[in-house]
Unconditional design. Sequence first.
Length: 562
Amino acid sequence: MKRHLTLIGAALTLSSCSMVSGPTTQDVTIIGVNDLHGNLLPTSFRVPDPADRTKTLTVQAGGVEAIGGVLAQARAANPNTVFVGVGDMTGASPLISALLRDEPTIQALNALGMQVNVLGNHEFDYGLKELQRYQRGGCDSNAPEIACKFDPAFKGAAFTYIAANVFDSTTGQRVFPAYKMVNVGKARIAFVGAVLKDTPSVVTPSGVAGLRFEDEAASINRVMPEIRRQRPDAIIALVHQGGASRDTFDTINCKTLTGDIVKIAGGIDPAVGAIMTGHTHRGYNCLVAGPTGVERPVIQGDAYGHLLQRLDLTVDTRLHRLVSIKTSNVVVDAAKQPKDAAMTALVQKAKGMTDPLAQRVVATLGVEQITRTATPNGESALGRLIADSQLAATSPANKGGAVVAFMNPGGIRADLPVNVPNPNRTVTYGDVFAVQPFGNILQVITLTGAQIKAVLEQQFDNPAAGQNRILQVSKGFTYTWDNAKPKGEKVSGIMLNGQPLDMNARYRVALNSFLADGGDNFTVFAQGTDRLGGDLDLDAFQNFLKASTVTPDTTERIKRLN
């Protein structure tokens, strides 16, 4: 298929040519953001170097001011533009949003004209009651000390939350609509959505209490007859589940997509013209065959507003059908995009309320930045640092007497600090909060050596985005994993402080409350006994950083074969 370049403001995107419009057709632009996580401000993002595609450049990308600029230019070019969310607009947010219960993010999305957002797993972080408050507004919150501080008359989301596959366990009724019909010009577009069915395994149990999550594709297909009867001109699925591709985000029609979304996309009704995805924080623009074998776009836009998903449709409003579609990922380069004045005012208001705490310097590093980027063995420098901080906080006898600590990589939400350059090598409270925003409480439990071995084997039973989910481990704990070995037999050579792990011995293990409850499908942790609660993970990390000038530990604790 022929390819051409499309310039949207300062954001350069690649896309494929569409068919010529006829007299009964209308062009519709759909712009989507996934996994915003309350990132009102831009953060560092690596993009391919246009002068040398083997290299990358770091830009400051995202932020609602620049997103507003992209939307304004898109709407100027085509008034028939729809802005949608693909889940995780809130939750796991930096301090500028989290300290105000994510209400600034809701209000920003309202002002940016969002029409619909599929539920993501992090929309459940504060529980169903709070999520329902986000929809309807008001101040009846489970966090009354911070709710409605940004706006005493919080009116809730002007957009509609949807999820076809989330049900009340008692009544059997959906807790939110399965879809929304959006009128844009003369066209009518149906958006149908689903959140990953495994949400209960990646959310604190209290957040999903009383809810049932069903299969994504089957739930979407179940409501398709009802949608068809309303004769939309196009149907777009918003699925908060994703995958990964070895191709770059600006590769059009890639064929290398892997992960849970591939099976989901393959099962969704062929009447759906495209599938906008989220959750895995990976930018891709691929084609996946549906149930009839016909390929259709499956796209995701990284996270934190770095990339916006863009679909340019031509629909026939007489025959009610999708004529053509082209897809692209738009880089939201904060330095090049015009800024939305209303968003600037909102950001400044939120900063004014949170900066006194966020900008407080709490530590100095020995380097500019310690990153969460994992090496092929699954470790990251920041992961090692956090695990060490948790062991330090729990190793005293009165704190649990832990001898090893484990940290889930999905709980590490940002590099430390978030942005570079950082010539003074300082770390602020806001930086620390951005890394660990969940407020988990450290726990110490007792496990046998055999149970610890079983936990390590579970790392390869719950792949996320086509990759294994490798726990970060504290200093003194080492082992080897062999990718060529079958599941259940991948881990060997487990050592603790230079001694082989005794399968029959009992060990005190430190971890956060999310993992201790079996989060991320590490169900063996939930078998732990003699559980003792401790400090907030955020406090333990901050205290560890304060104690000395930290530099990254580059010593390999986990060895990978094959």
